[in-house]
Design a protein around this ligand. Structure first.
Ligand code: ZN
Length: 321
């Protein structure tokens, strides 16, 4: 009887351990190639250093990513073509960073995108993101584009693509890293800013801080190259002055395509000089050749989550939630 009781106790304990392993959202407990599912149905996949490509015919290009990570075949995938939006966010607060200090950082060619990381202060918090709670830490800024003569944004507005798209990636502070945050539905907030080139004669300064950062990317070329940004950056000037945006729950636009992203897509583009886009086209890609040869954007997806807007909202338009 005692033996049976011990056996039963062990069996219950073992069951609880396995239950915990199955549902504790830590990346170490999610098998590679596996995923978690959030209560509302979002697919959450761990970062595993996926070997993917933007080359369509490589066997590991965008149309084959679901073979690399199951999340890439999910129903909440990004990027999206945003059109016909009738719903308004219930509360629209001003997006801002906690720091008015100037910060230092570096630019880096990771072989897929040009990236910007900030070193000091180590934590810049974003506040005001819709439908979120808690603080979100700025992790990196990177840019998607194609050749100087083609549209390379990821998102589209009513079918219109833009020349390029900057992503400002933030992870929820309590998860401590992007790696942990991708395993939570509320793990990431990504701000998308469209970049549109204009001729020199039409150029007028828009978002000066973004333009200066893109200029600093011009020092990069080879894969793995990293340079100090030659000026200090004002984070509070990073966001466009017009804060009209669309927002929805979607995914990372690269494998593992985890559905852990609250997207904020700014409605109005920032205008950049056509020469700046040419500078980006010189970057070398780990797909071979230059990034502008293969592009570095994911084709549009058909995510099924609701898109909301924060502008043109009368009291009668506002919905709860
Ligand atoms: Zn991106």
């Amino acid at each position: 009887m005692a033996v049976e009781k011990r056996t039963l106790t062990f069996a219950v304990a073992s069951f609880l351990v396995h239950l915990t392993l199955a549902f504790t959202p830590l990346h170490g407990t999610v098998p590679l190639g596996g995923h978690l599912t959030s209560p509302s149905g979002a697919l959450l996949c761990p970062l595993a250093g996926e070997d993917f490509s933007y080359k369509r015919a490589s066997g590991k290009g965008p149309y084959d990513w679901a073979k690399i990570s199951p999340c890439c075949g999910g129903k909440r995938q990004s990027p999206r073509d945003i059109w016909g939006i009738t719903q308004c966010v219930s509360q629209s607060t001003w997006l801002r960073y906690n720091s008015t200090r100037r910060v230092t950082g570096h630019v880096f060619n990771n072989g897929k995108h040009p990236e910007i990381h900030f070193k000091s202060p180590a934590t810049a918090y974003l506040s005001g993101a819709p439908s979120t709670a808690g603080q979100y830490v700025l992790s990196n800024i990177h840019i998607h584009f194609k050749s100087p003569l083609a549209k390379g944004s990821e998102h589209a507005l009513s079918g219109k693509l833009f020349d390029a798209e900057a992503h400002l990636v933030h992870y929820k502070a309590e998860y401590r890293s992007v790696r942990e945050a991708v395993l939570h539905q509320d793990g990431l907030v990504v701000i998308a800013i469209f970049l549109e080139k204009v001729k020199a004669s039409d150029f007028r300064e828009g978002n000066v801080e973004i333009i200066r950062l893109i200029n600093s990317l011009g020092t990069l070329k080879g894969i793995g190259e990293e340079h100090q940004i030659p000026h200090q950056v004002s984070l509070d000037r990073l966001l466009p002055t017009s804060q009209d945006y669309y927002t929805y729950e979607g995914s990372l636009t690269t494998p593992p395509c985890s559905e852990s992203v609250r997207w904020i897509v700014f409605r109005n583009p920032v205008y950049i000089h056509s020469l700046q886009l040419k500078t980006l086209s010189r970057l070398e890609s780990d797909d071979g050749g230059l990034m502008s040869d293969t592009s570095n954007y994911r084709p549009l997806q058909t995510g099924n989550t609701e898109v909301q807007r924060n502008f043109g909202c009368g009291v009668s338009d506002v919905v709860a939630g």
